[in-house]
Design a protein around this ligand. Structure first.
Ligand SMILES: NC(=O)c1ccc[n+]([C@@H]2O[C@H](COP(=O)([O-])OP(=O)(O)OC[C@H]3O[C@@H](n4cnc5c(N)ncnc54)[C@H](O)[C@@H]3O)[C@@H](O)[C@H]2O)c1
Length: 399
């Protein structure tokens, strides 16, 4: 497939590395950006035949079959509207919009134009996350109660991220978009996010937005997804997820402790891994960043769906839901109360409230807990259904 890459910066490099790598047949046909110097070096680096500083020219190039938006956040809407006007399939990086209103305009534009759309949320496509979500969906963890996702690092690499009028926000918009979508995958993308409680502050960086935040997203089943984000974290990029249910738990570490640990008295090459703060001492490189951050699986899924005329795992609708959750988080950080998620467009289940499920022990009791004690006896904690009283039974090994 021949693609137009809008943007030639950090993420455009990762995307092109994934698209051109591993004997892939997909190619960036034209790259667009502001600066000619950067465009020329990008074309040399990735063997891209054409470049232009015009978004429209790149999108309307007759050989271009799909458009990849890898531009700063304030340009996602404009680029989507141009792609919709040209009738070209469009793939957009995260966050979809700077807020739910922008994201909804983007969703409406692609749906009204009837064009294919994919949301480039790489972290739900990491090999570990795909495997973990599959286990969750097969019921290995039982009913999901809690998910937790953390992305913290020392802050982004370009001036525009730190300029709220361009980026639209701070650590929440930049990082919680990943964490929230990971939480949705574990809890179920068809389960409605109901309300958000968020604490956010600006303690380290002289910016108009928050430099770190913690939030709780409560879903209609009663499950809670927690996000932890920071632009002020020291020590590299910390990407960790946890999910727990009534029958089990999964812990995933994607970046700083992947099992690859290395010591060097002095690095010869400056690059170790994304947002690494040092190239000497004990280091935690990542085997294949493009793959381990999900970019390969993401483009495989999205471009295969485009070829087959099916929907990919992540669409603009998902990006819109994530933006709506982040809007509620930002509001909650101001009001210091739970804020409802305003989802004008909801396409999942309507459960009508939390459903509790208690485990029956027998006709008269619920099972609370069973544990083998150091002495070998088994203690069974039960609740009497009729009286509500808690009782315990002790079963000795010899019984
Ligand atoms: N894991 C991920 O999915 C991931 C990681 C990083 C960035 N991103 C997203 O990718 C997008 C681009 O981020 P990046 O890290 O590549 O940024 P960057 O600063 O490295 O690159 C931005 C590119 O856009 C071009 N550009 C065009 N108009 C611009 C303008 N008015 N101001 C600034 N740059 C302009 C720049 O020349 C450059 O080529 C953002 O939406 C960001 O959130 C996603």
């Amino acid at each position: 497939m021949k693609l137009a890459m809008l943007g030639s910066g950090f993420i455009a490099d990762f995307y092109t590395g994934a698209l051109h790598g591993q004997r892939n047949r997909d190619r960036v046909h034209v790259v667009q950006s502001r600066s000619e110097d950067n465009l020329k070096s990008f074309c040399q680096r990735w063997n891209v035949p054409k470049w232009t500083t015009s978004m429209q020219e790149a999108i309307e190039d007759p050989e271009v079959e799909a458009v990849v938006i890898a531009l700063p956040n304030h340009l996602h809407l404009e680029a989507t509207l141009l792609a919709a006007k040209a009738g070209k399939p469009v793939l957009c990086t995260k966050p979809l919009g700077r807020n739910a209103d922008e994201a909804r305009q983007m969703l409406e534009a692609v749906e009204e134009a009837g064009i294919f759309h994919g949301y480039l949320e790489d972290l739900v496509y990491t090999p570990k996350t795909l495997k973990a979500v599959e286990a969750v969906q097969k019921g290995a963890l039982g009913r999901i109660l809690w998910a937790r996702s953390r992305e913290t690092h020392p802050g982004p690499h370009s001036d525009w991220f730190w300029t709220k009028s361009i980026s639209g926000g701070g650590a929440i918009l930049d990082l919680a978009c990943h964490c929230i979508e990971i939480g949705r995958h574990y809890i179920g993308k068809d389960i409605k996010p109901v309300e958000v409680m968020c604490w956010a502050d600006t303690l380290v960086k002289p910016i108009d937005a928050e430099d770190h935040a913690i939030g709780l997203v409560r879903y209609e089943t009663g499950a809670v997804a927690q996000f932890e984000v920071s632009w002020a974290f020291r020590g590299g990029m910390d990407l960790r997820d946890e999910v727990c249910g009534t029958e089990g738990t999964i812990w995933n570490n994607h970046f700083l402790r992947t099992g690859f640990e290395m010591f060097t008295s002095g690095g010869k090459d400056g690059y170790v891994a994304e947002k690494a703060e040092s190239n000497a001492g004990w280091l935690f490189p990542v085997g294949d960043e493009v793959n381990d951050l999900g970019y390969n699986h993401m483009f495989t899924d999205i471009l295969t769906a485009l070829e087959n005329g099916t929907a990919p795992l992540e669409t603009f609708y998902d990006g819109y839901v994530v933006n709506a959750i982040m809007d509620a988080a930002l509001k909650s950080a101001q009001t210091k109360t739970w804020e409802p998620v305003d989802l004008a467009v909801w396409r999942g289940q309507e459960l009508g409230g939390v459903q509790q499920h208690f485990t029956d022990y027998d006709a008269d009791h619920y099972l609370v807990k069973e544990e083998v004690m150091p002495g070998g006896q088994t203690k069974i904690i039960l609740k009497e259904k009729a009286t509500g009283r808690m009782v315990q039974r002790v079963v000795n090994p010899q019984d």
